[in-house]
Design a protein around this ligand. Structure first.
Ligand code: FBP
Length: 305
């Protein structure tokens, strides 16, 4: 049954059609965290984004597309997100088992460029054909190609919404004018979340921010208003505030594989700061299946507390 918290969250999207709200409700009501207003999503596009060996060699069953559907299901994730090939390979076998998000663009690391632009690798029509609840798309704010990506999002989001699909934006600052540290700087991550919200994203995905402030003009504003950004919960709160004052769902990525304790400490910080959840890829499928289910269970318990 629809909970008060989910109704409250859906109330922030009242400009949207019944179809979009229904699909957002599906995401929020599925899996172990269903009804809590929190989300844990399994994303597996790393085969494309980082290469197969870097992604799956450590846990070979993960080369199999069906493995990830089953993992999302066994762990009780709210959704599973992947590129076209992985979803096409097993969506029929797992039809109706777990909400799906089709990543409509992808990027590889075979060409080393400072200002990345992903290629569109699937369509809204593919998402509908595969029974997805949402489309996913990565933008790289800071890249010299960001305008192309923003314009593509405008078109794809309009099309997705007109068919009742929700829109999930991965917003990852990157580009020749940003330092490596700047990609996760608090001012830059908050800015990336704001851009995604302004582009019409229903769900925004960013990396957990550090206390570094990259942009000189932003630094003046943070100092003047004394915005607290020393601790992770403070920074998460600021990113949530930057996403329409908590009226957009913001979730945080798991990042490269680390030990359980380190990951769980970060999840606690995200939860304490009012984050809506996590999207945990490598830290899930690079562990053996049972260990991944156990860890995802612990993550969900934190968000449910
Ligand atoms: P992880 O939990 O593995 O970090 O996955 C989250 C994610 O957004 C993936 O969807 C994507 O492949 C990856 O991070 C991209 O990471 P990066 O752009 O840093 O290479």
């Amino acid at each position: 049954m629809m909970t008060k918290r989910v109704k409250e969250i859906l109330g922030h999207y009242q400009g949207e059609s019944a179809g979009v709200l229904t699909n957002l409700a599906r995401l929020l009501m599925s899996g172990r965290l269903g009804g809590t207003g929190k989300l844990v999503i399994l994303p597996v596009d790393q085969g494309f984004e980082h290469g197969p060996a870097r992604s799956f060699a450590i846990n070979p069953p993960a080369y199999d597309p069906a493995y990830h559907f089953q993992l999302a299901l066994d762990a009780g994730c709210n959704a599973y997100a992947a590129p076209l090939g992985f979803l096409e390979a097993a969506a029929a076998e797992f039809a109706g088992a777990v909400p799906l998000i089709l990543k409509l663009n992808n990027h590889d690391v075979l060409h080393d460029e400072k200002d990345p632009v992903s290629a569109q690798t699937a369509s809204v029509k593919d998402a509908l054909r595969l029974g997805c609840v949402a489309i996913g798309y990565t933008i790289y704010p800071g890249s010299s190609g960001s305008q192309i990506m923003y314009q593509q999002v405008r078109e794809l989001a309009l099309e997705a919404k007109s068919h009742g699909l929700a829109v999930v934006l991965w917003s990852y600052p990157r580009g020749s004018d940003l330092s490596k540290e700047g990609e996760t700087a608090i001012d830059v991550v908050a800015y990336a979340a704001q851009i995604a919200a302004q582009l019409g994203a229903h769900i925004i995905k960013v990396k957990a921010p550090s206390a570094h402030i990259e942009l000189a003009e932003a630094k003046k504003a943070y100092d003047k208003a004394k915005v607290p950004v020393e601790t992770l919960p403070q920074r998460i709160r600021h990113v949530v505030q930057s996403s329409f004052n908590g009226k957009r769902i913001v979730i945080f990525s798991g990042g490269a594989t680390v030990g359980d304790e380190q990951l769980l400490a970060e999840i606690k910080g995200i939860h304490e700061g009012g984050g809506f959840g996590s999207i945990v890829g490598r830290n899930s499928f690079q562990r053996p299946h049972d260990k991944a289910v156990e860890l995802l269970g612990k993550i969900m318990s934190i968000y449910a507390s």
